[in-house]
Every structure is written in C-alpha cells, then in structure tokens.
Design a protein around this ligand. Structure first.
Ligand code: ZN
Length: 504
C-alpha cells in the first residue's frame, strides 16, 4: 500500500474512534443534565460498553501495524507536517494504552469505582480511616501503571504525562516553590492590610432568567458560538465537547448570589471557546485536541480571572448587568463591584478559593502526592500532613477531614498528577495576557469598551489553532518567547492585589 493510501486509512480509523467518543460524550453530558435518576444503571452499562469498544479499537493490532508502517523512516518522510503530527500523536496514544496490561486496566476501573463510593461515604461520615484502604490500593495500582509506562526520575512523572505531557516533578517543584515563596507573604499581607472588601454587591437577589441572559451576553462577547454550542444546567458546571462542531457548557446558579452563575459561565465559556477553535481541518484526529489540561485551564482562568475580575471589564459590563437585573443592582458602584469580585480570604475548600489562595491549595496537594508516591509519606499520616501543611501555607487548620483531606474527588478516581494543571492554568493565563498585550495593545482599554474580540482572536490564532501539535512548554515558548514562568502571575497578582488592598 502506498503512503498516501495508508495514511488515509489511518485517518478513517481514527475518525471512527473519534465518533465512538462523540457518542460516549453525549451520553455523559445527558447523564449530568437531563437523564432521569432511575436511568443510572442502564447508562453506566452503555458507557462501559462504549469505553470497552473504544479501547479495543484504539489498541487493535491492525491500527498499531499501520501506525508502525507509517513511522518507518522512508515512509514518514514522505508525509506533510500535519500528517506527521497525526501519526506521532496516534503512536504516542496507542503506545501508552498498550503498555498497560488489560488486567491492570480492569483492576483500576473496578477499584476507582469502589474507591469513589468509599470516598463519598467517608466524606459524608467525616471518617478518613474508611477511605484509607482504598487510597492505599489506588496508590499501589497507580505505581504499577507508572512502572508499566516507564519513567526516569519520579514515578509521578509517568502519570503527569496523561494531563500535562512533558511536565516532570522536578520542573513543577521548582516552579511551585518559586510561586509559594512569594505568594505566602502576599496572602499574609492582604490578610493584615486592614482592607475588608464588601462581598454584598455580588450577593444580590437577581432572577435566574436575568442572570442567564447576562451570562449568555458575556459568553457571546468573548466569542463563544451558540450555533455550535449551548448552555444547560448541571449540579457542577462543566464543558463537554460532543464533537468538533458541538461544544456544551453547563452552569448552576443561585438566585441570591451572582458568583456561581456568572464566573462559572465565563470559566466554562473559556474552555468551550478553546474547543470550538481547535483546528477543524484536522477534525476527528488527535491533532484537533487540546495541548494539555494546563493549557485548557489557562483558557478558562484567563477569561474568568484576568478578564471578568478586572476593573475594566466591569466598566462596560456593570451597566449591562444593571440592565438585565433592574433594581436589584441599585447603588452598586464600579469600585465596589470590582472589590467584591476580588475578595481574598484563606478558606478550607479549594473550589471556593479566590485567585490568590487557590494556588496554595494546589501546592499543598502536589507536594503531598509526590511524597505519597516516593514513599516518604504513609497514607495513615496523610490527614495530619495535610492539616500541618495547610496551617503552614494559609494559617488555618481544618477542623474536620471533610474540610481537609477528604474534600476532593480526584484521588478516589486515581487522578494523581491532575491537580498541578489548575495552577499551571493560572500561571499560563498570566503569561498569555502579557504576550497578548504586547501584540495587540492595551487590553484594559478594549475591555472597557466591551471589546473582548481582539483578545479572543489573538488566543484563537496563537494558542487554539495549533491544537495538540506542541506540548504546553513548546507552545508557550513559541508564542511568548519564554518557558513557563511564575513571574508573570506574581507580577500580575502583586499589581492587582497591591492596589486593591493598598499594600506598600
Ligand atoms: Zn476549568
């Protein structure tokens, strides 16, 4: 078979696997939005069957042979750059899935499913001891996965590849230590500044329809395309790509609090915009996918924090919100709204944390994960280690494990190595903003006019269009000229919060 025919056949196989993924994505989206609760067993079966078929198809020997043939030097050289990238990514994915023995895949699926149940119950009962045996089991299975995949320095390196290809414990440790050493004193300075912003401008009673109309207006202004997407309600907001022309956002609202509705929609619209702008000419191939979870998160956090929590954003959008909300917003001024959107306060729960303290929650989790994997920390000592670290980082000690080590679902799903991507998202976002401003001029002036499109367009052509062609680090270096660096976020944070909290 000649190279072109072989490559077309590969594309066709990858497209069918992507289509099976689309069916699974739609079932999953429906489960979280409209599915009647009594349907859960049948839905779980359907999803498990699809997952099995997808795994079978993606590791089939025909597909592997075809990819190996195309990787053969003389044939590979005959391909154009895009096709080379597709072959390279397909090989990477197939290679990783086939390194893990089917028995291990099954053991993991079973243990995570029980582990999640055990975690939910342990959290409810505030009893870490009930979850500990499952965590031990998951750690040991994930160590086996790391062994199967291979690593040079640290077992967690092998698992980080699933979320942030190319990231290593060594690099992240350096990056996060630099962040911690400046963030801790900044948070302490904010706490002792004597400035106590009033949250009440965001805690007005605004009808859901008004909140929804405003959220849709903002999402549309940043470029989210509702011809190829929609907004529905779920208990936890998320973004689900069904296929390359259909990206769904969800939100959840509170009639007496604008924060969950507004900021969550902007966050999810940032994720959604990235998905909508991936290179469609490569639809149904691994090239039309996100570069990494850190890059994905950088898109949601950039719009949520750097844009929707900026003063210039509210210059334009506060009058727009007033228009939707009517008298509910009476008497709220621009500065009061800006201050309310940026209240900093150490708290126990990660998902409720502000832009500054959020990263300390992640740093806590990352270094604990490293120690668990290297064997330096035993599972039974984890709650104490968590609480001590929390006190060291944020000056508060969780009164219960429910508000401490048991709060997140990630470890019960075996998601070790996932947490760092949240903080990477924050760091990348600040670095994108710096590069965008150098390229397209003062962003605050554009935001104050309600003009979010130049930034959106810059992100599309620089960050979204390459799809999965580069690793996060490569993409960052190509677009900003620098490797990922905590400096951009720290400069941004000191500027913004220094002014808000009148720090000297
Ligand atoms: Zn997100």
């Amino acid at each position: 078979m000649d190279v072109a025919t072989d490559f077309q056949a590969l594309r066709a196989e990858l497209a069918e696997i992507a289509d099976l993924g689309a069916a699974s994505a739609l079932l999953h989206w429906d489960q979280e939005t409209y599915m009647p609760s009594g349907s859960i067993t049948g839905r779980a079966q359907a999803l498990a069957t699809l997952a099995g078929v997808i795994h079978q198809r993606s590791t089939a020997s025909d597909l592997r042979d075809r990819v190996e043939r195309l990787r053969d030097a003389s044939r590979f050289d005959a391909l154009d750059d895009d096709s080379k990238a597709i072959v390279r990514l397909a090989h990477r994915d197939i290679d990783r899935s086939s390194r893990i023995a089917p028995e291990l895949v099954r053991a993991l699926a079973e243990t995570t499913s029980h582990g999640q149940q055990a975690w939910a119950k342990a959290r409810q009962d505030d009893c870490f001891a009930d979850f500990a045996p499952w965590l031990e089991k998951l750690l040991s299975l994930k160590r086996e996965v790391a062994q199967s995949l291979g690593y040079i320095d640290h077992p967690l390196d092998a698992l980080l590849e699933d979320y942030e290809p190319g990231a290593t414990v060594a690099d992240l440790s350096t990056l996060f230590r630099a962040l911690e050493s400046e963030l801790k004193p900044l948070v302490a300075a904010v706490a002792s500044s004597g400035v106590k912003p009033d949250i009440s401008p965001l805690r007005r009673t605004v009808p859901i329809e008004a909140q929804r109309a405003f959220a849709l207006e903002v999402a549309g202004s940043l470029g989210f395309d509702f011809e190829h997407g929609r907004l529905d309600v779920s208990s936890h907001p998320f973004t689900q790509k069904i296929h390359d022309g259909d990206v769904r956002l969800t939100w959840h609202f509170d009639g007496d609090d604008l924060r969950p509705g507004l900021f969550a929609v902007v966050h999810e619209a940032g994720h959604g915009l990235y998905e909508q702008n991936l290179p469609k000419q490569h639809a149904r191939t691994p090239l039309c996918e996100a570069a990494s979870l850190g890059i994905h998160e950088s898109q949601s956090r950039l719009w949520e924090n750097c844009v929707a929590r900026s003063r210039s954003f509210w210059q334009h959008f506060l009058p727009r919100l007033e228009k939707h909300a009517g008298s509910a917003l009476a008497g709220v001024g621009l500065d009061a709204m800006y201050a309310a959107a940026n209240v900093v306060e150490p708290s126990f729960i990660r998902i409720e944390a502000d832009e500054l303290t959020y990263n300390l929650h992640i740093i806590l989790r990352f270094f604990l994960e490293c120690d668990l994997f290297s064997g330096k920390l035993a599972v039974r000592d984890l709650p104490t280690a968590w609480n001590d670290r929390m006190f060291d980082l944020l000056g508060i000690r969780p009164p219960t494990d429910r508000q401490g080590v048991l709060q997140d679902i990630h470890w019960s799903m075996g998601g070790f190595g996932y947490f760092p991507t949240y903080t990477l998202g924050n760091l990348y976002a600040a670095q994108w903003m710096d590069a965008a401003e150098r390229a397209i001029g003062p962003l605050d002036e554009q935001f104050a006019r309600g003009d979010l499109r130049p930034l959106s367009e810059w992100l599309r052509s620089n960050v979204h269009a390459p799809g999965r062609r580069y690793t996060a680090r490569e993409l960052m270096e190509r677009v900003t000229g620098k490797a990922p660096d905590a400096r951009y976020f720290l400069d941004y944070a000191k500027r913004k919060y220094g002014a808000l909290y009148r720090l000297t």
